[in-house]
Design a protein around this ligand. Structure first.
Ligand code: NAG
Ligand code: NAG
Length: 390
């Protein structure tokens, strides 16, 4: 093989590995056909129903249709399968939109990514998953984006607090997991958090521990100051705190026969000096603070494949909602963060721009190039509120 053909091969391989793959995409744009792609779990008999809906307000009546939770105070368990893959040596991007148009009080807005051996008909809260990602709201106390990874059979929550959106509009949530063990969480195509998997989750035990062999010597004096041994309490120091009022007089009409014996009221003693404390001096034996020596943790085993899942094959909505009405849409699983950003711009971004332009068009009387089929369904106050938030 010539050097040139080797070079061509190298370029060719680079092109192949750089090729972007879309493992799963679901836009819900073909009516009821989604039912053939999504499986409702039978693990419980009373799971809430998902319905196809664009909701009370939208940018495009067809394109903005997604899966909406339709029954209050229900568990939901629905999932969809795709060709099994591993994210080894490549990024993993999970993206979808969530719209809590019901003004949610308490409920999940997250997805779970499962290995392909999941039995979809039996999916439930304890089914083993790879990743759980997305917003979770419950009262004013919980408004966060979950990023939970299953690592060696155990679920690990992120150590950082990522706040989720809690308004009624459509928001785009993106998780990127990189083969260099870094990650990024984006909300509405903007970075919300990023960092290293090892640092932001407790997958591995700490690298360094305090040396168990090292002990502070018995005679190690850590006291910077000590009582002055030459300082003695003055003889006349101790005086009672309260004394009988010397000015008090027994009332003239005090009847010693009838009443209890007269006693003067107590007053603060002006001579009282409080507790005596010796003067403080520098401790001649002070050795400084003892520092516990740190050593490499023998239990720490580095892992440069924390990010890796051998099998990814099912995406699921396994959640509880008190007030239903959340719409999930524009699911995308790919190895290409750039593509996800583009898709986000085209779907979520287009809807947002449409809403904004719609309001501007009312203000400025210019014609609209967005397609609002059913303007009557459209809550005029929504874009108004969106504008005010800007
Ligand atoms: C997405 O939209 C933003 C804002 O308009 C833009 O800065 C960014 O380059 C776009 N991304 C892609 C991949 O087109
Ligand atoms: C809005 O524009 C149209 C033409 O584009 C015009 O006929 C109409 O009178 C305008 N309305 C107002 C309130 O200016």
């Amino acid at each position: 093989m010539t050097a040139l053909s080797l070079l061509f091969m190298a370029v060719f391989i680079a092109l192949i590995t750089a090729e972007s793959s879309v493992y799963f995409r679901e836009q819900f744009e073909d009516g009821d056909t989604w039912r053939s792609r999504w499986v409702e779990s039978q693990h419980k008999s009373d799971y809430g129903k998902f319905v196809l809906s664009a909701g009370k307000f939208y940018g495009d009546a067809e394109k903005d249709k997604g899966l909406q939770t339709s029954q209050d105070a229900h568990f939901y368990a629905l999932s969809s399968r795709f060709a099994d893959f591993s994210n080894k040596d490549q990024p993993l991007v999970i993206q979808f939109t969530v719209k809590h148009e019901q003004s949610i009080d308490c409920g999940g807005g997250y997805i779970k990514l499962f290995p392909s051996d999941l039995k979809q008909e039996d999916m439930h809260g304890d089914s083993t998953y790879n990743i759980m990602f997305g917003p979770d709201i419950c009262g004013p106390g919980t408004k966060k984006v979950h990023v939970i990874f299953n690592y060696k059979g155990k679920n690990h929550l992120i150590n950082k607090d990522i706040r989720c959106k809690d308004d009624e509009y459509t928001h785009l949530y993106t998780l990127i997991v990189n083969p260099d063990n870094t990650y990024e969480v984006k909300i509405d195509n903007k970075k919300a958090e990023s960092g290293s998997l090892e640092e932001d989750w407790d997958f591995l035990p700490p690298k360094k521990i305090k040396d168990p062999e090292a002990k502070k010597p018995e005679d190690w004096d850590e006291r910077e100051k000590i009582d002055d041994p030459d300082d003695k309490k003055p003889e006349d120091w101790d005086k009672p705190e309260n004394i009988p009022d010397p000015d008090a007089k027994k009332p003239d009409d005090w009847d010693d026969e009838m009443d209890v014996e007269w006693e003067p009221p107590m007053v603060t003693n002006p001579e009282y000096k409080g507790e005596w404390k010796p003067r403080q001096i520098d401790n001649p034996a002070y050795k400084g603070k003892w520092v516990h020596l740190e050593i490499d943790n023998p239990e720490y085993i580095a892992d440069n494949e924390i990010y890796k899942y051998d099998s990814v094959g099912v995406i699921g909505l396994d959640l509880w909602q008190v007030k239903s009405g959340t719409i999930f849409d524009s699911f995308l699983i790919t190895n290409d963060p750039k593509l996800a950003e583009e898709v986000g711009n085209e779907t979520w971004g287009a809807t947002k721009v449409c809403f904004f332009n719609y309001y501007l068009s009312i203000l400025n009387n210019f014609s609209l190039n967005c397609n609002f089929d059913k303007i009557s369904h459209f809550d005029v106050f929504v874009p108004l509120r969106m504008l005010r938030r800007r």
